[in-house]
Structures are given as structure tokens and as C-alpha cells.
Design a protein around this ligand. Sequence first.
Ligand code: FA5
Ligand code: MG
Length: 390
Amino acid sequence: FTQLHSAPPSSSTKYADPSRYLSDHPNNNVPPHIAALVGKGLHTRPNHPIGIIRAKIQEYFSSLPHQDFTIYDAEDPIVTTTQCFDDLRIPPDHPGRSPSDTYYITDTTLLRTHTSAHQSEHLRSGADAFLCAGDVYRRDEIDASHYPAFHQLEGVRLFPVEEMKGAEGKEGQEWLESEECKVIAEDLKATLEGLMDHLFGETEKRWNEDYFPFTSPSYELEIKYQGEWLEVLGCGVVHEEVLQTSDRADRRGWAFGLGLERLAMILFEIPDIRLFWTEDQRFHSQFASGEIVKFESYSKYPPVYKDIAFWIPEGFVENDFFELARGIAGDIVEKMELIDEFTNPKKGKTSKCYRITYRSMDRSLTNEEIDALQMQVREKVAEDLGVEVR
Ligand code: FA5
Ligand code: MG
């Protein structure tokens, strides 16, 4: 913890070279505005909310008895499809692997979509307990709690099978129903509830069942934030095949992956996920102490709404449209939502109407500039995505 506060800028900033992510490969779908975000190392900055919350999480895990967690924070955000998917039992046809959801550099390399991409290498190295933090990338919806680049912190803890009487040799359903599997799931939940108490003190939380190919059983944890449930992490008991793939069949254990922005938004009361990427000193000066402080909002600038309706061609991918708008207008695109949809039975065509909310966090927008941007969006969406703008 102390060490982090006095540390020089992390070695992970060595990844801040956009040319690593842009290539002529036909599968490359990384736009320049995403390439420019890689390697900023927000999670290693002692005066940035993401770095502060990461330090706070590390502090909790180093206070736990029984186990030392090895810490990784400078892995290359470029990983292979084997690391990110195959080693985690994510099948080839899983939607999360599709280029509509994932930024590919080549057909076999990509910007990691989760820190779980490093699980198998760390397991294979022999670590029994580790934390791994980093920036991850997803083509996703656009609103106050989703951004195409965000940060995750992964945690894994393993237990030797020989210490778990009755676990040996159990696989599949028999393992799932075993007392030992339940003990691990309980340890996982207790550890994460302890983390939430460490971060928030008393807070409303709830567990839901979830599904991941690499854990079973799986859960997600939600926290009450501004009157609504916000998902902050996914977790579960590590699937036996993942351990076998990493030559760790002699162990059983748990894993979790949490979203650092989501936790930081709750803890610092940061209302919009775009703020983490701002260069504005009115943001950064508030966190100079390296402590958790309530964020004083400086943005009360009014939003500008613009609707766009179009007939979609077959194979229309919503994320392509979202990204195209951010590519033109950048972070002043605050939110994009589908507000109307209908199919004309005679034409057999579907029309979608989206509302784009434009809002700057540091200045007032003029109607003229937004009209100009919206015009560019209309032209480019017709040109690039083959839609018929109405
Ligand atoms: C995962 O990424 C799994 N790898 C987590 C995991 C690890 C499960 C280990 C089991 C074992 P998920 O896609 O739900 O799961 O994302 C985890 C968290 O990342 C979410 O709970 C949320 O807090 C955060 N997150 C997901 N998408 C975004 C986004 N677009 N912007 C900001 N945060 C996000
Ligand atoms: Mg989830």
C-alpha cells in the first residue's frame, strides 16, 4: 500500500503506443479513439480514483490471514484467443468472442475483454493466491455506467485437494454437490462481503446466481447505488477443467473479477464513467491526497438530445453504431438508447430510432456544433453501416 503511493508511473504505461493496436490485418476492428486509451495505467496512479480503490482492495487482501496474494498489474493488454477464451472454456461460438463485442488486433490476438485472460498463466506459474488488475476493453452499450475501456481486478485463491477430505477424485455433478465445493463458495462469498464492508462500511448488497464457463457455481454481486442495483462483480468456484488446463488438478478454489469503475463510482460518488478518463484538473485536483473523498461535481452543463431513425439492413450490429458515434463526437456522447422500433410488414423492413444524449463535462455545448456532429453521424451511419436514414 505504502509502496504503491510512492511508486513511479507504472511500467504498464509502456503499452501506451497506439500503433501496437492499429494494424492492416483484416480482422483489426480497433478504432483510433480506443487505441489512444490503452496503457494509460489509471489503476497504478496513486492520485486517481481507480488507483486509490485498487490500493484499498489490496490493503484488504494483505490483511487477510492464511494466505499471501501475489500482485500482478503490468500484463500486456494484448492477449491471445487461447488466453482470453479457450483456456477458460469459452466456446468458439460464444457471443463474447464475436467482433461485435470484442476488439481484435489480428484473428488470434485481441485487447483483453477481462482480467480472467491472465488466470491460466498465473495458475500455471504455481501461484496459489493472486490479484491481477488491468485495463480491459469491450464493445458495449453507452451510458453512465458502461465505457468501452474500463478496469478489472481479478482475485484467485486455491486450496490443496488433499486438505479437503472427500474432495479427491470428485468431478462434475458429484463435485458440485460436495460439501467441499460449498465450503469454497462460502469462503468466496465471505471474503467478498468482507471486502465490501472494508470499502463501504455498511451497504446494501445482494447475490444473484450467474453463469461463466470457467466457474461453477457462479454468482454476481450487486450494490444499491442511487436507488438502483448496480452489478459490481462476477465470481465462482473455479471449474476443474480450467485447473487441469493449467496443470493444477491438485487444487480447488475460487475466483472473482470486479469492475473498479463501478466500485469507484459508488465510493467517490462519481456520477459518470467518462470522468475517469478526463484530463480536467478540476477532476484530478480532488484526489491529490490519495484518499477516498466525495467527488464535488463541476458539471451541470445541460444535455442536448438528438434522435436518429433509420431502416436497418440485415446483420445490423448495434455496437457498430454506438462506436461510430463516439468515433465522431468522442466523450460528449453521454448515452445512446433505442427509443422506438417497428417492422413494416409490407416492406419487411425494420426501423430503429435512437436517442443520442450529448453532454460535455467541462463546458456548454452549442446547438450548432451538435447539429453539425449529428449531421456527420447521419452521413457516416448511412455510408459505413448501410442503413437508410429516415
Ligand atoms: C467477467 O468479466 C468475468 N471475467 C468475472 C469473473 C472472474 C467471473 C473470475 C468468475 C471468475 P463480467 O462480464 O460480469 O464478468 O464483468 C465483471 C464486472 O466488470 C462487472 O460486474 C462490472 O462491474 C464490470 N463491467 C462489465 N462491463 C463493464 C463496462 N462496459 N464498463 C464498466 N464496467 C463494466
Ligand atoms: Mg456480469
